[in-house]
Design a protein. Structure first.
Length: 314
């Protein structure tokens, strides 16, 4: 079965890209393709591998998201250089890709805080969180900058490309209109660059939003310098932050108590999590408030003690 065709849905017709490139990003590369209609897309599988995500699960998640489901395509992709050997004997593989228009809302929807801890390798989870944040903050700009520079290099081949270390700092500019006597090739390059610039502008709202948040944080820090302004700011800060959720330490303790209760009673983990959420009227246990932790701890203590007593009488 080809990648991205699971779930009982009829597969889309596979597209043939006109270009496939490895775009340098942090300590690896992002595989991106250019389609015949001028759109650019990212190969989903290798991004998921870099972020320790399940590719099939992410494909299904995108298909359930109406705003970006149409940006998920199937493209014939060449195997990566120096990567694993392609399956089924070599050559191109049909793989799901996500256009840059859909990539931004998809990656912003991934919560770094939901990365599971690995007791045997605690640094790995933090590395994955850092990579998710890097993708959310930098990847779109890096991809657009890469292809903008490539388009510019075709129009002005004598101009040198910037080094890969400076790609992330490049800000795309609106391409200059070609002269009246421009060739068809020059016009095609101009319109492709113009479409890419417009797409960058459309997706850049996420970066602007982050800038507004940083500005707000800076204003808060300045206002906190005086006690009077601090007191006047407290209601605003509390309203923005909302109730404090369970700390990471307390979430870890709860997972340990779930395991203990499951070992004593044979009850599946998911059933215990569901009963806990029902008892405290929360959609899931991570949404419990820090103020509820003493009651949650007591809830587990009573059940564990009762289970130990039943086991002792058995």
């Amino acid at each position: 079965m080809e990648e991205g065709t699971k779930g009982g849905q009829p597969p889309q017709q596979a597209l043939e890209p006109v270009l496939q490139e490895e775009v340098p990003f942090r300590d690896h590369t992002i595989t991106a393709v250019k389609l015949a209609d001028g759109r650019y897309a990212v190969v989903l599988r290798w991004v998921c591998e870099a972020l320790n995500l399940d590719p099939s699960g992410q494909v299904q998640r995108i298909q359930r998201t109406a705003t970006i489901a149409g940006e998920l395509l199937r493209v014939r992709v060449q195997p990566r250089a120096r990567a694993e050997k392609p399956r089924r004997g070599g050559g191109a593989q049909i793989m799901p890709v996500l256009t840059l228009r859909g990539f931004s809302p998809w990656i912003l929807g991934i919560n770094p805080g939901e990365v599971e801890e690995d007791p045997g390798n605690p640094a790995q989870a933090e590395h994955i969180r850092e990579m998710i944040r890097a993708y959310q903050q930098e990847a779109i700009d890096v991809l657009y900058s890469h292809f903008m520079q490539r388009a510019e290099s075709h129009s002005h081949p004598a101009l040198p490309l910037p080094s890969s270390s400076s790609v992330a700092s490049i800000i795309p500019v609106q391409p200059s209109a070609p002269p009246p006597n421009a060739t068809h090739a020059e016009l095609a390059t101009y319109h492709a660059a113009m479409a890419l610039w417009h797409r960058w502008q459309a997706d850049h709202h996420a970066e602007e939003w982050r800038g507004e948040i940083d500005t707000w944080r800076g204003s808060v820090e300045a206002r906190l310098e005086s006690e009077k302004e601090l007191l006047s700011l407290i209601p605003e800060v509390l309203e923005r932050l909302g109730p404090e959720k369970l700390s990471t330490e307390h979430q870890t303790t709860i997972r340990g108590m779930v395991k203990r209760l499951s070992d004593l009673t044979g009850t599946p983990y998911q059933t215990i999590y569901w009963e806990l959420a029902q008892a405290f009227q929360a959609p899931r246990y991570e949404e419990l408030l820090e103020s509820q932790y003493p009651a949650v701890f007591e809830w587990f203590r009573k059940r564990i003690e009762a289970a130990k007593q039943r086991k002792g009488r058995a």
